[in-house]
Design a protein. Structure first.
Length: 146
């Protein structure tokens, strides 16, 4: 089992930030274009037990991904867990902490995949670092104070 943890502080209320993350279609905005990530589900009401279907290309390979919301506690946190997709396990915890007019967003992902440690080192961990780095930069751009 592997993990990745990222944090970012955004200069907005927790309710506004949580609202943005509550719309799965916003994932398309904060995901690098090279993944060709698209949400396939329409009219999703995010809540405990919701299923969300996605399509993406990973290293040129088309992949279908489905996740389930296994924890839903607005505006504090939610968890999406892969039901179908490229990982043998993917549990993504999103946490939102209010901090004097700003919001700290923490992403904790526990994941596993076929191929073991070398595949993780050479490909998976590097891709995830790049994806979450892009995500941080897009969030800073979207939530910057003008």
């Amino acid at each position: 089992m592997y993990s990745i943890h990222t944090e970012i502080v955004l200069p907005c209320s927790r309710e506004r930030v949580f609202s943005f993350f509550s719309d799965p279609h916003n994932l398309e905005i904060i995901t690098p274009e090279w993944l060709r990530f698209r949400v396939l589900s329409c009219g999703i009401e995010m809540k405990l037990g919701s299923f969300i279907d996605y399509r993406l290309r990973l290293r040129g390979i088309p992949i279908r991904w489905q996740s389930e919301i296994t924890t839903w506690n607005p505006p504090y946190c939610f968890v999406d867990q892969q039901c179908r997709g490229p990982y043998t396990e993917w549990i993504h915890t999103h946490q939102f902490e209010e901090m004097e007019g700003s919001t700290k967003v923490a992403d904790n992902v526990r994941y596993d995949h076929l191929g073991g440690r070398w595949v993780n080192y050479l490909f998976v961990a590097r891709d995830l670092e790049e994806i979450f780095s892009y995500r941080k930069s897009k969030l800073q751009e979207l939530f910057s104070v003008s």
